[in-house]
Design a protein around this ligand. Structure first.
Ligand SMILES: [Zn+2]
Length: 79
């Protein structure tokens, strides 16, 4: 598990109304605390895999339909 705080550039809303994003460390979908994008943009969250992530200030809200899912997050840029 990397201790690096990865950027997350997409988030969405779960069927129960909660905000979700994809953890860049383990790629699982996790819920994040907040009512809307303004609450979560620029904030850091910790996944249950213990990896940290930051939803970037300009992260994009994705409206999910049907079986849509969030795109994979690429953690660290290629070195
Ligand atoms: Zn994770």
């Amino acid at each position: 598990m990397s201790e690096f705080i990865f950027d997350v550039v997409h988030f969405a809303r779960d069927t129960d109304g909660g905000l979700i994003c994809r953890c860049p460390h383990c790629q699982s979908i996790i819920g994040v605390e907040g009512e809307d994008g303004d609450d979560v943009r620029g904030e850091q969250f910790q996944c249950r895999c213990e990896g940290w992530l930051e939803i970037t200030a300009n992260a994009r809200y994705i409206k999910l339909r049907g079986d849509d899912t969030l795109p994979a997050n690429k953690g660290i840029p290629d070195e």
